[in-house]
Design a binder for this molecule. Structure first.
Ligand code: C5P
Length: 232
């Protein structure tokens, strides 16, 4: 049985909790995601702690955004940790994305289109005119043109982005909420089944799993529901 296309966001307050969550979910999901807070607090050692002995894929969500030379250096600095996926901001532009892609040939560079926390008003104030979906599509096309093989976008935008970039690009969607779970601060959500049906390849799910009484059982339940829509 292959594990489900889920990246569990290990947004834990401490390393022990992150490692415990990772061990609980690893039998059921393909990937665990380490974000900025955990990485900045504990440094590179966090990767070995969450990877354990299982060889689960690690998604290093550092959302790099700087001049190309600096991003290339930062990407090279984490290459030895062998993350399966490393994020950069698509808004960093073509040369920056390309520098990241060239710096870590064995890691999939995923470009974050527009943060789902930004409303249309926020984008307008930043000078991004027109519907946010248009900006997301433009950023997606730029990132793919620069060599990114994966994109991060909201599940509400995934179908439009898929239509724009074709079948070969990995689409990663946060903002995923199983039916009946709390949306918390995520505004634009979809169920795991809907996100997959719309063309997502990897679902980022955090608190619905890690905030549950039994993260392993919750991950197993979502994985089973997904297998009904995408048989392994
Ligand atoms: O707990 P929850 O399922 O909301 O976790 C979502 C994860 O995805 C968090 O780690 C968050 O930082 C990340 N993320 C997001 N929206 C984006 C990009 C990343 O929620 N646009």
């Amino acid at each position: 049985m292959t594990s489900a296309p889920i990246a569990v966001a290990l947004d834990a307050p401490d390393l022990e909790t992150a490692a415990r969550w990772a061990a609980a979910v690893t039998p059921h999901v393909s990937t665990v995601k380490v974000g900025l807070e955990l990485y900045l607090r504990y440094g590179p050692d966090v990767i070995a702690s969450v990877r354990g002995a299982t060889g689960v894929q690690v998604f290093l969500d550092l959302k790099l955004h700087d001049i190309p030379n600096t991003v290339a250096g930062a990407a090279r600095a984490v290459a030895r940790l062998k993350p399966a996926i490393l994020t950069v901001h698509a808004a960093g532009g073509r040369a920056m994305i390309q520098a990241a892609v060239d710096a870590v040939p064995n890691t999939c560079i995923a470009a974050v289109t527009a943060l789902t926390s930004l409303s249309e008003d926020d984008l307008e104030r930043l000078g991004v005119r027109g519907p946010s979906g248009d900006a997301v599509r433009r950023l997606a096309v730029e990132a793919v043109g620069a060599g990114a093989r994966a994109l991060v976008c909201s599940p509400r935008e995934v179908a439009a982005v898929r239509a724009e970039v074709g079948p070969d690009i990995t689409l990663i969607t946060p903002g995923v909420r199983p039916v009946g779970s709390d949306t918390q601060d995520q505004a634009r959500v979809a169920t795991p089944e809907q996100a997959i049906a719309d063309g997502a390849d990897l679902l980022v799910i955090g608190r619905p799993i890690t905030g549950s009484a039994d993260p392993g059982a919750t991950a197993a339940g979502i994985a089973a529901a997904l297998r009904r829509v995408v048989p392994s």
